[in-house]
Structure formats: structure tokens, C-alpha cells
Write a protein that binds this ligand. Sequence first.
Ligand SMILES: C[S@@+](CC[C@H](N)C(=O)[O-])C[C@H]1O[C@@H](n2cnc3c(N)ncnc32)[C@H](O)[C@@H]1O
Length: 250
Amino acid sequence: MATESDRLQAAFLDAVYRRANRDDGAYYVDRATAVDGPVLELGSGTGRIYLELLEAGVDADGIDLDPASLALLREHADERGLDPNVWRGDMTDLRVDRSYALVTCPFNAVQELTTIEEQQAFLASVYDALAPGGTLVFDTFVPDFEYIAEQWDEWQQRTVEFRGEDHEYHTRSRLVDAVAQEYVSEKRAVAPDGAELFAFEGRATLLPSREIELLVRQSPFESWTATGDYTAEPLADGHSAQVWSLERTA
Ligand SMILES: C[S@@+](CC[C@H](N)C(=O)[O-])C[C@H]1O[C@@H](n2cnc3c(N)ncnc32)[C@H](O)[C@@H]1O
């Protein structure tokens, strides 16, 4: 069961991510409208991208591990007159009853799989959920060590308007395992009266492109491409997002 703090966290982060105006949404809508067949979004969260797929007329399903995010996604869908088909599920162990033309996993969600076993289970599970000719698309950030050296370890603070009031939003990322390149991302929001809305700590892993490529080479996928920053440009130095497209040909 989601607690009040879980619900506030989902709603607060939803507001933060929506206002960030990321350019991934339009990219995923384009990918989803270009295929002939159903689409599954993994880690659909509060529906920032998933609901855009429904708006665009895509036959899209979604899964997420977090019940509070799914509840908020359903509320947003209601407000917009959309009919979502989402459920609580784990992307490393998909239970689906149809074959998808496209499976997407946007916005660094793959980085939350922190063991090789989870990463391999994810790729094998998605492969099985795809129809022959189907594609998996996911994106992760390119680890930028200059940025990490400058910004990580220190708490960052900014003001975020949430439900009509200014809240203080504190974030900190820090490496917790230098060998495995695992980090913890901490997030905390405080109301104007000083009350803490939520405090969150999530573990994730840095993924250089060659590590992803080795995982992909070991996976059942037959072919793949990596592009940068939600464009058709081949992934290259200077890009901040790496977008991987893996094809199931057989
Ligand atoms: C950074 S959020 C992205 C949410 C949304 N797709 C967006 O772009 O705004 C990552 C999401 O992945 C979900 N997630 C993490 N691990 C997962 C797993 N193993 N299976 C399903 N969802 C997972 C989290 O609960 C979270 O909602």
C-alpha cells in the first residue's frame, strides 16, 4: 500500500519532471506512432510520456513497480479523459499476454537495475515480450565525470512551486561503490512550514556505452543501434543521453 509520503513524493516529482520540459516525450511519441502494433512502456511512472502516447492514439500498455506513481497516472488519465492500461509489474520479469511491436523504457529507468543478473533478465524478458520484427528502445544518461566531480556529494537546493506554495527541494547524488560505479540519488522536499513532504533514496548505476553494448551483445537481440540526445545522430562524444534501439528480428 502506498503511504501519504509515497503519494506526495510521486506528485512532487511528477511536477518537477513535467516542468523540466525534457525532449524525450516527443521522441518516444514519434517512435510509438511509427510502428504497426501495440506498445509497452516500462517504468511508466506517473505517465509523463505514457499519457502522451495515449493522446497520440497509440495502443499502449504500461508497467511500473511503484503503486503511488500508477495511482497518479490513473488520476491524470481521468482528468484528460484517457483510458490507461497499466499495472504493477517488474521489467525484469514481464508477465504479458500479447506481443508488442515496440517496448520502451525511458528516462534512465534501466539504470535502476543494479546487478548484471537484473540487466540480463530485463533484456531477455523484453525480447520474449516482443513480436518478431519488434524493437526495444531505452535511454540512459552518458556519465559525465566533469559534472560528477563538480556537482555530486554536495546537497543542491532549489525552490519548487507545488500545489500553489514554494517548497524547498534538496537533491544529492553520491557514488557508494566506486568499483561497480553505483550511486545513490537522494531527494527531499520541505513545505513552507518546515514539514518534510518526503525523503527518498534510490540506488542506481552509471552505464558507459561500452558496458551497455557488452550487455546487448550477450542478449538475445540480433541487431542494435545507439543514437544521441533523442536525434538520429549516431551516439558520439558530447551527447548527454544515449538512446539504444534493439531489434528482435526472428
Ligand atoms: C526516472 S522514472 C521515469 C518515469 C517515466 N517513464 C518518465 O519518463 O517520467 C523511472 C521509473 O522506473 C520505475 N522502475 C524502476 N525499476 C523498475 C522495474 N524493475 N520494473 C518496473 N519499473 C521500474 C520506477 O518506479 C520509476 O517510476
